[in-house]
Design a protein around this ligand. Structure first.
Ligand code: NAD
Ligand code: IPM
Ligand code: MN
Length: 355
């Protein structure tokens, strides 16, 4: 049997709640199926670590992670630390340097859960592909004359042919692997006349290698209208780091709840371990109440299992999660009355039925 070592980075807020829920479920799955072994090592990075050491991660964080087959991340962000410090201290300090350039965010309405859109005939089933290494998140810029009335700040977005080409190719391959073979390339090349015009040009050239994929282009503002008005016309979407950050929260809400939306930060070259995490953040408003929806992290772990080669186990895990949703065992964000542990216990009970 294959055996995997996973870096567990629960982080802040509800991160530890949903990661602990997920470890329970995945360990149960591995034990029940007996087809693979999995071990989670706890890595304490986050705001408590920062308050103790002055840093969000250890000095050798990249090498630490390289010892693992993958990472499972919860969330980072605390009410008493500025968000740009916490996020650049931990999450953004990993995605870019590890070149986890493809952020893959599937969005689906689960059986037993309600899609708030009456324009969607069968709920939502989309695949969002986010450029995850540069663009508006290049982290370049600065401030001058701080505090003066003439203070100026720059936030420079960087778009390189190399990074756009690799994410575009990844998106066309993703669209090609799905039954509908539909791709929408989202830009804003009317107002953003350099980097996003480059996106449009590269889309047109990469498309030539994928004649079986039907693709179109859409300005990001119009895309939000289409997501609400004609959800059935959409399948795979690709766009810049910031555009897809925003569209992925919108998509999750349209599908039913941000509490079920997973994400994979992939290094498709497999030089570095990939990082799997829910789309949502630390959710201060529900931290410690035990009601966080763990499904986004369950699904992220299923994506991790697929990435590691355990497709069958991942499919079984997701079928157990779907059965639990169908049975109405849901957290409050989905209109249910269950708590996090109630969902964990129900999924574990489903897993027991697998053998
Ligand atoms: P958020 O995603 O944490 O919360 C938005 C809303 O969704 C809240 O009402 C929250 O209760 C709800 N929600 C989120 N996850 C849920 C779950 N699993 N179950 C039920 N409800 C859930 O976004 P925010 O409030 O903008 O950010 C809070 C903090 O998290 C900030 O510090 C932010 O920077 C950080 N953040 C971190 C990540 C990450 O680590 N990947 C992602 C987004 C935001
Ligand atoms: C996400 C988050 C992060 C992002 C933040 C917290 C830096 O919102 O993963 O969607 O913008 O990428
Ligand atoms: Mn986001």
């Amino acid at each position: 049997t294959k055996s995997y070592r996973i870096a567990s980075i629960p982080g802040d807020g509800i991160g530890p709640e949903v990661v602990s829920a997920t470890i329970q479920v995945v360990e149960k799955l591995a034990k029940t199926l007996g087809t693979f072994d999995i071990e989670f090592d706890h890595i304490p990075w986050g705001t408590a670590y920062y308050k103790e050491t002055g840093k969000y991660v250890s000095e050798d964080c990249l090498d630490t992670l390289r010892k693992y087959d993958a990472g499972l991340f919860g969330a980072v962000g605390a009410p008493d630390v500025p968000d740009h410090i916490s996020l650049w201290g931990l999450l953004l300090a990993l995605r870019g340097p590890l070149q986890l350039y493809a952020n893959v965010r599937p969005v689906k309405t689960f059986p037993g859960t309600k899609c708030p859109l009456n324009t969607a005939t069968k709920g939502i089933d989309w695949m969002l592909v986010r450029e995850n290494s540069e663009g508006e998140y290049a982290g370049q810029g600065g401030r001058s004359h701080v505090g003066q009335p003439w203070e100026a700040a720059t936030e420079v977005a960087i778009f390189t042919r190399h990074a756009i080409e690799r994410i575009m190719r990844f998106a066309f391959e993703t669209a090609q692997s799905r039954p509908r073979k539909l791709l929408t390339v989202v830009t804003k090349s009317n107002s953003m006349r350099n980097g996003l015009v480059l996106w449009d040009e590269i889309a047109a050239s990469v498309a030539k290698d994928f004649p079986d994929v039907t693709w179109d282009k859409m300005l990001v503002d119009a895309m939000t209208v289409r997501m609400v008005g004609k959800p059935d016309s959409i399948d795979t979407i690709v766009g810049t780091n910031l555009h897809m950050d925003i569209l992925s929260d919108l998509a999750a809400a349209l599908a039913g709840s941000i509490g079920v939306a997973p994400s994979s930060n992939l290094d498709p070259t497999r030089k570095n371990p990939s990082l799997f995490e829910p789309v949502h953040g630390s959710a201060f408003d529900i931290t410690g109440k035990g009601v966080a929806n763990p499904v986004a992290t369950f699904w992220s772990a299923a994506e991790m299992l697929i990435w590691l080669g355990e497709k069958d186990a991942a499919a079984k895990l997701m079928s157990c999660v779907e059965n639990v949703c169908s049975a109405g065992i849901l957290t409050p964000d989905l209109g249910g009355t269950s708590n996090t542990q109630g969902v964990v216990d129900a999924v574990c009970a489903e897993i027991e039925k697998l053998i």
